[in-house]
Design a binder for this molecule. Sequence first.
Ligand code: ZN
Length: 436
Amino acid sequence: MIIVLRRGLVVGPSSTRVADVVVRDGRVVDVASTVEVPAGALEIDVEGRWVGPGFVDLHTHLREPGGEAAETIESGARAAAVGGYCALVAMPNTEPALDNAALVSYVLDQGAQTPLDIAVAGAITLGREGRHLAPIAELAALGVRLFTDDGTGVQDAAVMRRALEYARPLGVRLAQHCEDESLANAGSMNEGAVSSRLGLVGRPALAEELMVRRDIELVRLTGAAVHFLHLSTARSVAMVSAARREGLDVTCEVAPHHLTLDEGSCAGFDAHFKVHPPLRTTKDVAALRHALREGEIDAVATDHAPHAPELKDRAFDEAPAGMLGLEHAAALAYEALGASSCDPVRFFEVMSRGPARVARLRADDDRVRHGAHGGAVSAGEDANLVVFDPRIEWTASRDQLQSRARNTPYDARPLRGRVTTTIAGGRLVVHEGQLQ
Ligand SMILES: [Zn+2]
């Protein structure tokens, strides 16, 4: 199939200009101010829209195996494609956990049936129980480049130290869900004045910040690499930025909800706003947005966490934590980056190039099984592309999701900016906002 994207703004990283982009046989074959349209090509007018590398999500809960009532690899990939993603990293907190070669291979094989590149994060410890290391080397040989016990963090510092020492020579990165459970365990929202007023037990910011501090010190001790998942407080981000300036190999992500919602959303006791780490203060939201704009954050990552409706209908303190993310993330990142003042280069940095670097899905990496993501839009690159129209105003709707689940906190929220086209591996997967 030949696709020509006509007169879009082709974004970065080094130059941004209006150009035509020609895709053929899975690759970008030409980018020029005007191209001859080959016979039989599908021509798409993308004037006024942004053309960049397809998004990469570092943090997707696909729920398969074990949670298929909420999501499957196939339904999650559909939701991702509509959201503009060409690649994602499937989190290992499935039932059972992705802590062995057979299960990781299963998810990779199922992922290969979808149009997207589905990478897998392996568990750090067996069963994600925080005690005995998973066979990290064996999983690395399958192409796993990220390891995490996400859902919870590795609580025991000695286990985390051993995991880092083991991971370092393999060149893989450990990703941490930072919450000290001894502090956070009983809470269902941010600890502070709002939780006191609502009579809900809180999860303090300190629960996150202590583990960020601990892991930075463990990186310093071991020389290994850590990726900090869904950071939610001003101090967490400041600590990671300082560690990076010292030259430590640390990266971090923030989730769209931590950039666009605060603890006040919990006042209606609606469990759609329950998430771990919890929605924080307005000050934290402002600090995260500032850091995002300043380039201190490597990635916006969704923490897409589908739950079956009957579970989210429970009382706030009894419902499971987590919210959907894939289908609204681009509009929310655009909003967090200032909407009409959003820098398109920064936008593609946090939605594609940064996460591709962390997941090692770039052309210059030793990729196993997957195509290249997060590169320049230039001839010779794999055709993993997205078209984003920053002008479209629309309204999020719980009833119009591709995800099998419905637990979005953004129902009826006005959004700006929408994905119109997703081209994954040269295939037109989403056209004018519709799955093909
Ligand atoms: Zn998590």
